[in-house]
Design a protein around this ligand. Sequence first.
Ligand code: F6R
Length: 448
Amino acid sequence: MENQILQFRGELDEAKLYYQPSDEFDKTVKTRYEKMPADIFATAEKGAKWVAHEIANLIKAKAENNDSCVLGLATGATPLGVYAELVRMHKEEGLSFKNVITFNLDEYYPMNNKSAQSYNYYMDDVLFNHIDIPREQINVPDGEVSKEGIFNYCSEYEAKIDSFGGLDMQILGIGRTGHIGFNEPGSQLDSKTRLIMLDALTRRDAAKDFNGLNKVPKAAITMGVGTIFKAKRVILMAWGEGKAPIVKKALEEGQSDSVPASYLQRHNDVQFVLDVPAANELTRVKQPWLVGSVEWDRYWIRKAVVWLCNKLEKPVLKLTNRDYNDNGLSELLAWYGSAYEVNIKVFNDLQHTITGWPGGKPNADDSNRPERAEPGQKKVLVFSPHPDDDVISMGGTLKRLVDQSHEVHVAYQTSGNIAVADDEAIRYLSFVKSFAQTHDTNEAICQV
Ligand code: F6R
């Protein structure tokens, strides 16, 4: 078994070849589906540090020329590592922010600027309170501006950026809607700083910070796509597999107002900085055979053949030579001689992942089983990201493990309490209460 784990680890390491090109030529080949430069870092922490150093280098270069450095800043989870590294560089290496002028992308509206959910508070908390930037050089959109004054306020914000000669560098995150700043789908390339209604998905993503969806503001003030576009250099960061589908759309598909980040394809100095999970849907990572030669092993052969089945909507044993040839998989035919041989190999491989003994079958030959035979009784720890993911996704497996005398534990990774907004919970409780009263059920329920 240990050998199997090591072999699998080796295969995963091998996979890195496909997302870390060896030189510029290799990079051009591997990124042929990507319409903007993108670098994939092994971890979000490494990516964030790299971005922080790019910012620090710019600040220092400008300071040497007695120039100010105008930065466009983002909030949210994505840039936290960047700010932490900048604060560290300030404290430990003396990086000074005296020549820095900042403009933040956005702020919820309406929003008390002092409230813990505001982006004004966030910026003080994670960056401004810990560095030597003069207060008057900080600009974050005002969540308290009057409704009548918003239009003028936004034009002045825009004009103020221009008065400093525009942004030298803009850092961005990306929302799952494809928004940059709060430019939701439908935003135009030449849009300016303005009030915008937030997309339902964006509000849902923000619900965790506001303790429930109903408390998330419905609008925000945001720099426009046109404002961001005027920045001399743009770096967009994305971490985590939740961002992978939208990263693929923005990087590999055409420009469209349904994915505002895709407009960046027109910018002449833009760069995506990704961690491996956020890059997971990119062709060079997910289907490397489409961008070059692959060192075929069990992991990649199975991945490619399953991909081909899904694409052509065919069962594995029905794939033909032509199917392989037409879809960038002729290397596999060369290896195995015919589609028939590859099909059988993968079919058997898949067969061996299916078992009625998820904890291993005691005293059985386990050379082709997914789990070891010994020890016969195991301690099983099931990680469930959310309560009920365990029973919904693998209730049958859990039952078998228990029936087959294993000691089974489930670890819930979140309580799940904010998945249901308070008003929803109250609505159901009042329904139960009135149902109980109408049907004269026992008093205990009425106490609810
Ligand atoms: C924040 C901003 C947004 C976020 C985006 C991603 O100022 O403009 O576009 O960058 O919503 O949010 P996180 O980083 O929390 O995933």
